[in-house]
Design a protein around this ligand. Structure first.
Ligand code: PEP
Length: 241
C-alpha cells in the first residue's frame, strides 16, 4: 500500500506575525506531487496562518490541545477551538509537553480523543530518552507509550504517529537508518500491521538528511522543528521527499 508522505513543521514557541511571510515564499507556493504539507504555528498565529496558507495547499495544525471541549482551564485551548481557527491536525504528546508539563500517556490519549471528537487528526508523539536507549529499553518504552496514548476509536486513517527519539530532538543527532527502520516496523506491528497508518520520523530532520530518511519504505513523513522555521529549508525537505 502506498501511503502519502506527510511533511509536518512544528514551529514550537517561535514566531509572531512577521513569521507569516513563510507562506508567501515561492518554495511554499509550488506544487509537490504526492505529499501532504502541514505547519503547526503557535496558537496565536493559527487563524492568520490559515488565511496566509489558504492558496498554498499547506495545512495548518495546533501544537497541543486540552482534553475538554471548553470550561475553566485558564490558558488552555480546546481541539474545537483549533478546528474553528482552521486547523486540520494537532500534535499531542510531544516530548516537550511530556517533559515541561508532566503529561502522561493517559493525558495524551485523552487529548488525542478530543482531537478526533473535534474532527482533527491527532499526531501522537512517542519516543525514548537517551537513557532508555542506552539501557536497551527503547522498544519497551515506545510500545508502552503507544499502547497508553492511542485514542479509543482511532484508526490508521484518522491517527498519525510520530516517532521522535527524545535525544534527537533539537540536538543535531538523528537515529540511524537501521534504528528508524526497526522502530517504525515495530510500531506498525504493534498496531496490528495496519498498512494505512502513517508513521513519521522526527529528530533533527534537515535538508541534508531528509532524502535518506524519507526514502525508507516504513517512513511516511517527518515532524520537523528547527528546519521548518524557514521556508527555504522546509521547501528543500519537501523537494527531497
Ligand atoms: C520536534 O520538535 O518535533 C523536532 C523534531 O525538532 P527538531 O527537528 O528541531 O529536532
Amino acid at each position: 500500500m502506498t501511503r502519502r508522505l506527510l511533511i509536518a513543521g512544528n514551529w514550537k514557541m517561535h514566531g509572531t506575525s512577521g513569521a507569516l511571510a513563510f507562506f508567501a515564499d515561492p518554495g511554499i507556493n509550488r506544487t509537490y506531487a504526492g505529499i501532504d504539507r502541514l505547519i503547526c504555528p503557535p496558537a496565536t498565529l493559527l487563524r492568520a496562518a490559515t488565511e496566509a496558507a489558504s492558496a498554498t495547499g499547506v495545512m495548518i495544525g495546533g501544537q497541543d490541545c486540552h482534553a475538554q471541549a471548553g470550561g475553566a482551564h485558564t490558558g488552555d485551548v480546546s481541539a474545537e477551538m483549533l478546528a474553528d481557527a482552521g486547523a486540520s491536525h494537532v500534535i499531542v504528546g510531544h516530548s516537550e509537553r511530556r517533559a515541561d508539563h508532566g503529561e502522561r500517556d493517559a493525558t495524551v490519549k485523552a487529548k488525542a480523543e478530543a482531537a478526533l471528537r473535534a474532527g482533527l487528526t491527532p499526531i501522537v508523539c512517542v519516543g525514548e530518552s537517551r537513557a532508555d536507549r542506552e539501557a536497551g529499553r527503547e522498544f519497551d518504552v515506545v510500545g508502552e507509550q503507544l499502547a497508553g496514548s492511542w485514542p479509543d476509536g482511532g484508526t490508521g486513517d484518522t491517527v498519525v504517529i510520530a516517532y521522535e527519539p527524545v535525544w534527537a530532538i533539537g540536538t543535531g543527532l538523528t537515529a540511524s537508518i537501521g534504528d528508524i527502520d526497526a522502530m517504525h516496523a515495530f510500531i506498525r506491528e504493534a498496531r496490528g500491521g495496519d498498512q494505512s497508518l502513517r508513521i513519521l520520523y522526527g529528530g533533527s530532520v534537515k535538508p541534508a538528511n531528509s532524502g535518506d530518511i524519507l526514502g525508507r519504505p516504513e517512513v511516511d513523513g517527518a515532524l520537523i522543528g528547527g528546519a521548518s522555521l524557514t521556508a527555504e529549508s522546509f521547501a528543500a525537505i519537501c523537494l527531497a521527499a
